[in-house]
Design a protein around this ligand. Structure first.
Ligand code: ADP
Ligand code: ZN
Ligand code: ZN
Length: 751
């Protein structure tokens, strides 16, 4: 491909950014053979020490700053479009990393070229027409399910095929869905699936005929999007609509409009939502024009897709956060589905937030950016309230379906006190299982935080400065705030009601599982948590097992809340709603509401009215009050008021700087000096410097950790100044080379 910005007079040197944590670019000589072919954005291979590295040309030069430059050894075909280079530069400065590190995110994970191999072809189709039409709700399906009960992967593939409309391209099955060829061949041998030569999917057939008439709210939302698209100026729009209100339908139609007009679209979906059900509709609607980027894709495949997108062969890209960097031709629209989802924030360097990056990309490239959610983030709601984003609401389910009925159980009552299961939840569980339905039990647990709560009145011991619960540290029997460092001894009795019935929380999934097995000895229980889902496929396997119906109960942490749709689930039991709520994070109420809404949505999705039972020690908490009424807006109004008072996002910005070192004393001394340097630097800037304080997990792999939190109207200059102070202190003190920094701008977790 020929970059547009080739310049006529070929310069002799190129400045190349390398994937290293070093700020500067390196100068290389352009060999004769490449003269005139190298431009800004080109990907090149260069010698670096004894290694050879892939880098990106960011500047051309007539002269080199020093005499002995090495020549570029290879010029790749791939090219990073200028807007993406600029985006990488923004990421580097905003999130505080080097350009090379930012570019690593922008580029697909593997820069190795895919081996050229014969690409599989053909269309796999479920052989039984009745089954294809009726999908998973037919007798035919039950028969197949029985036949394949010992071939779980085959059943999973068949089910996936059905949810994708009965057919899919063979390369899609193998590459995107991640099935081995043998699984597919197995179904073919059984005669359940046929493979035929490709009949091209017409890009036009898809939408029409499925959903005929949009609701008034959908029409309104779509016409806003249409106007925004036509204007060709940066237009952020928030779509707030309950689950099942028809948001996806609006996304699909908006994308269709863009395609009809010759443009391109990026759709971001949460990591865990990348289950086939979430993406099948895009595939159905756009056929080969859509590229679905799956976290299961390996590097070379991903690179292959990246190149196809770059060449304009895919005009719609659906994928997790990294898909925001897709080099889509003539990009007009970015859709961020479930915009509140935590998986949009990257945990490693660069710690970018894909929603923020979408908005920046939208601003720089004049795009329409559609943020959609049933429970929008506080950030987006505030922007909508201030009219920075247009707001479209879809308040009801399409067809007027009822939202599940949510019931609270007060665990402080005598017969529930101290028990894992209340009599009410047990009664509902017995009934559900007796009726042949399935149940999901949910523990709202995050990380390892343990806090102290009163069994009698539900009061939780809180920090006096931060409005987060204090975390129990076994060492020294102390309660600590990991945001500001405040600490105190554990109280002997409840400060609210004087009861001595204090308990230290921390019921795990394993204990609940044991208890369930004792109560329901003949009932299969699937447990899904960090321990049972290790490995790439663990999570998926458990969901598949549950969908076969052999296990009546699925028990787990937040992983059970999203993803698959299980038509047979009629009861959702929230075993402990408190732990998420009392997690020492200012977003814990917001997250709890979002998670409980999501998990409640698993109940009774196939027409029947589902039930949700939530066990809690604090039923009067705002979260539960509003949750029962399905009133997210009401909850958020109160929540935003609290955030404003305490100066938390979205009213302030945060930067979390966590350092680690093998020597606790040296680390603490360093952090104290850094914090006081930062305080001096920011004294006049309306930015608070909190800490140093221990994070929730104060030691990891024999390295101690301490953190500082910057809070306030932080701007780029503030960040740069604090970072400079760090570099300065680190260079000056002896023995400080072992200190490592984790710099997190707009942090989403405080672990
Ligand atoms: P959401 O994304 O908000 O959860 P969806 O777009 O998935 O909602 O819509 C929920 C269900 O309603 C889907 O099965 C969809 O096909 C259907 N649907 C959406 N809009 C309409 C409509 N206007 N008329 C009939 N059915 C619709
Ligand atoms: Zn009490
Ligand atoms: Zn505190």
């Amino acid at each position: 491909m020929t970059p547009e910005n080739l310049i006529a007079l070929a310069p002799r040197f190129a400045r190349v950014v390398l994937p290293l944590p070093i700020e500067q670019a390196f100068t290389y000589e352009i060999p004769e053979t490449m003269q005139g072919r190298i431009a800004v954005g080109c990907r090149v291979e260069v010698p670096f020490g004894k290694r050879s590295l892939s880098g990106i040309v960011v500047e051309l030069a007539e002269k080199a700053d020093y005499a002995r430059t090495k020549p570029i050894s290879e010029l790749h075909e791939t090219f990073v479009p200028t807007p993406l280079l600029e985006l990488a530069t923004w990421i580097a400065s905003y999130y505080g990393c080097s350009c090379g590190e930012a570019l690593q995110s922008v580029l697909p994970p593997s820069l190795r070229r895919a081996k050229i191999r014969a690409r599989p072809t053909g269309m796999a189709r479920v052989a039984d027409v009745t089954l294809r039409r009726a999908g998973e709700s037919s007798d035919e399906y039950a028969t197949v399910q029985k036949k394949l009960s010992r071939a779980k992967r085959q059943l999973a593939l068949l089910t996936e095929l059905l949810s994708a409309g009965g057919e899919a391209l063979v390369p899609v099955i193998l590459e995107e869905w991640g099935y081995d060829r043998e699984i597919l061949d197995g179904l073919v041998t059984r005669g359940m699936v046929t493979i035929e030569a490709i009949e091209r999917i017409s890009p036009l057939d898809a939408l029409e005929g499925r959903v005929e008439v949009l609701t008034a709210e959908q029409n309104d939302a779509l016409s806003r999007v249409g106007d925004a698209l036509a204007s060709r100026v940066f237009s952020p729009i928030l779509i707030h609509g309950v689950t099942g209100s028809g948001k996806t339908e609006v996304y699909l139609r908006a994308a269709r409009r863009v395609l009809d007009d010759g443009g391109g679209v990026i759709v971001l979906v949460p990591e865990i939502g990348l289950l086939p059900q979430a993406t099948a509709r895009y595939r159905r609607a756009f056929g080969d024009q859509v590229a679905i980027i799956h976290s299961r894709l390996t590097g070379p495949d991903r690179f292959d897709i990246w190149e196809r997108i770059e060449r304009g062969e895919h005009r719609v890209v659906v994928g997790p956060r990294s898909a925001v960097f897709s080099p889509v031709k003539d990009l007009r629209l970015i859709i961020v589905d479930e915009e509140q989802d935590e998986s949009y924030k990257q945990d490693d360097k660069p710690r970018y937030h894909a929603r923020s990056v979408s908005l920046v990309r939208g601003r720089d490239e004049n795009l329409t950016v559609l943020l959609g959610s049933a429970t929008p983030s506080a950030e987006s709601l505030r922007h909508a309230a201030e009219k920075k984003y247009a707001l479209a609401t879809l308040p009801g389910r399409v067809g007027g379906g009822a939202l599940p009925e949510i019931e609270l159980v007060d665990m402080r009552e005598e017969h529930s006190r101290g028990q894992i299961f209340s009599p009410r939840l047990l009664e509902r569980l017995e009934k559900t299982l007796g009726d042949g339905h399935q149940a999901i039990l949910f523990l709202n647990k995050r990380g390892h935080a343990r806090y102290v709560q009163c069994n009698a009145c539900g009061n939780v011991v809180m920090c006096k400065n931060c409005d987060v619960s204090l975390t129990f540290h076994r060492v020294g029997d102390r309660l600590k705030c990991h945001l500001c460092g405040y600490e105190r001894a554990s109280p002997q009795s409840c400060e609210a009601c004087k009861s001595r019935q204090l308990h230290y929380t921390g019921v795990g999934t394993q204990r609940v599982e044991l208890e369930l097995k004792a109560l329901f000895p003949d009932t299969g229980v699937l447990r899904m948590d960090a321990d049972t889902t290790s490995g790439k496929e663990g999570h998926r396997h458990i969901l598949e097992e549950f969908s076969t119906g052999q296990y009546p109960i699925l028990l787990g942490t937040q992983m059970v809340a999203k993803g698959h749709h299980f038509p047979n689930v009629n009861l959702v039991g929230v075993v402990s709603a408190e732990e998420g709520l009392n997690f020492p994070d200012f977003r814990s109420a917001e997250r709890t509401f979002q998670q409980l809404t999501q998990v409640a949505g698993r109940s009774g999705r196939a027409g029947t009215l589902g039930g949700v039972v939530i066990q809690t020690y604090s039923p009067e908490h705002a979260v539960f009050r509003h949750l029962v009424a399905h009133d997210y807006d009401g909850f958020m109004r109160e929540e935003l008021e609290t955030r404003r008072e305490l100066n938390y996002p979205p009213f302030a910005r945060l930067v979390l700087a966590c350092c680690s070192a093998p020597d606790a004393g040296a680390l603490n001394a360093f952090m104290e000096s850094w914090a006081s340097a930062a305080r001096q630097l920011l004294a006049r800037r309306n930015v608070a410097v909190l800490g140093p304080a221990p994070p929730l997990v104060p030691r990891v792999k024999n390295r101690y950790r301490e953190q500082i939190l910057l809070k306030g109207a932080i701007n780029q200059g503030d960040k740069d100044a604090v970072m400079a102070a760090y570099n300065d202190l680190k260079a000056r003190g002896r023995g400080r080379s072992a200190i490592e920094l984790r710099w997190d701008v707009d942090p989403e977790t405080f672990l």
